[in-house]
Design a protein around this ligand. Structure first.
Ligand code: NAD
Ligand code: TDX
Length: 332
């Protein structure tokens, strides 16, 4: 039985991963999470007590991290400041958590020769033109645009350097935009669903032409497990499910499934430096590790996600007013 240390396990993707991994393996999992505004213990309810432990703490706390890593077979590092809009207004926490936090974890993993998997994003590659036939691959040069994506890029480069200079036993994955249950209401899809529930019109940045490559969080989780179990040390794997959609189409789909006319949204001030398009070529992961996504019907995935937010209002309601108040200050 393997012992996993999952950082950021009370966040959106981390909690989905913890549920998935405990259901589909016999691993035991310790979550290390600071419980920032984005962390929620309610997302970790009902897990088997004999295989799951929660530790509240900061990944920048070297003593705590060293103690936990010493007793771990694999570190899976999800914890991050993750929201682009926040990074444009207050970048500092992104440097602390994404850069220093990663540094703290890889130093501990190096010391204890612990297997380390680093979770990252396709945003490190910058953006593509709408008509560019190329998609991102493992060899696309880094070209991040925002404070968020530049700190994620920095953290990836630290891991690559620790692999080469110190022989850290690490893998990296860069995934596209996730959706599914337990996603914070600041993010695009849950923000619009919960706005509609509240009788508020969805808010589209600019004309809504920006394209994101959507993947269900459970498919991200299965890909991460495949990399932990079968990935080659030192390698990077891109995770994506061929889910490119522009934001306008996504809003219209949400409106359709919530019984409203397709044009019942507002256009608001655009995000500064807004990346135009992300698109992932995940053929290496599929070819070399035999992974494939199971949630390939995006419309069904959106219907299920709408149902989840309708049924779990107690989970998101406490965050909603503060999130919308912050957006209002920014004209968004
Ligand atoms: P999230 O914001 O929902 O969750 C982040 C979690 O990390 C929270 O539980 C928070 O409390 C915790 N955390 C933050 N700072 C911490 C610290 N200093 N110490 C300990 N815990 C801390 O984020 P998410 O959307 O679940 O993203 C998880 C990871 O996946 C991130 O590394 C992100 O870059 C990456 N990623 C996200 C997406 C996406 O679409 N959301 C896509 C690709 C990659
Ligand atoms: O109200 C909104 N209206 C809108 O049009 C919000 C919140 C967003 N948008 C647009 C901006 C983006 O083009 O929707 C798209 C998605 O926005 P976000 O949910 O903020 O995601 P994005 O900026 O694409 O980044 C996400 O995917 C990559 C995650 O937040 C990152 O953590 C991940 O690395």
């Amino acid at each position: 039985m393997q012992k996993l240390l999952v950082t950021g396990g009370a966040g959106f993707i981390g909690s989905n991963f913890v549920h998935y991994a405990l259901e589909s393996t016999d691993y035991s999992i310790t979550v290390l999470d600071k419980l920032t505004y984005a962390g929620n213990l309610e997302s970790l309810k009902g897990l088997p007590e004999d295989r799951f432990t929660f530790v509240k703490g900061d990944i920048c706390d070297a003593e705590l991290v060293d103690r936990l890593v010493a007793d771990t077979d694999v570190v899976v590092h999800f914890a991050a400041e993750s929201h682009n809009d926040n990074s444009l207004h207050d970048p500092r926490p992104f440097l602390d958590t994404n850069i220093i936090g990663t540094y703290t974890l890889i130093e501990a993993a190096r010391k204890h020769d612990t297997r380390y998997h680093h979770i990252s994003t396709d945003e490190v590659y910058g953006d593509l033109e709408l008509d560019d036939p190329q998609r991102f691959t493992e060899s696309t040069p880094y070209n991040p645009s925002s404070p968020y994506s530049s700190t994620k890029a920095g953290s990836d480069l630290l891991v690559r350097a620790w692999v080469r200079s110190f022989g850290l036993r690490a893998t990296i994955s860069n995934c596209s935009n996730n959706y599914g249950p337990y996603q914070h209401v600041e993010k695009f899809i849950p923000r619009q669903i919960t706005n509609v529930i509240d009788g508020v019109r969805p808010k589209l940045y600019g004309a809504g032409e920006n394209v994101r490559d959507w993947i269900h969080a459970t498919d991200h989780s299965s890909a991460v497990l495949a990399i932990i179990e079968k990935g080659e040390i030192g390698q990077t794997y891109l995770i994506g499910a061929d889910g490119e959609k522009n934001n306008k189409d996504v809003v219209e789909l949400i409106l359709k499934h919530m019984g409203l006319p397709a044009d019942s949204y507002d256009q608001v001030i655009d995000r500064p430096g807004h990346d135009l398009r992300y698109a992932i070529d995940s053929s290496r992961l599929r070819r070399e590790l035999g992974w494939s996504p199971r949630f390939s019907d995006f419309e069904q995935g959106i219907e299920d996600t709408i149902a989840w937010y309708r049924e779990n209002e107690a989970w998101w309601r406490p965050q909603k007013d503060a999130t919308e108040a912050k957006y209002k200050e920014q004209g968004q």
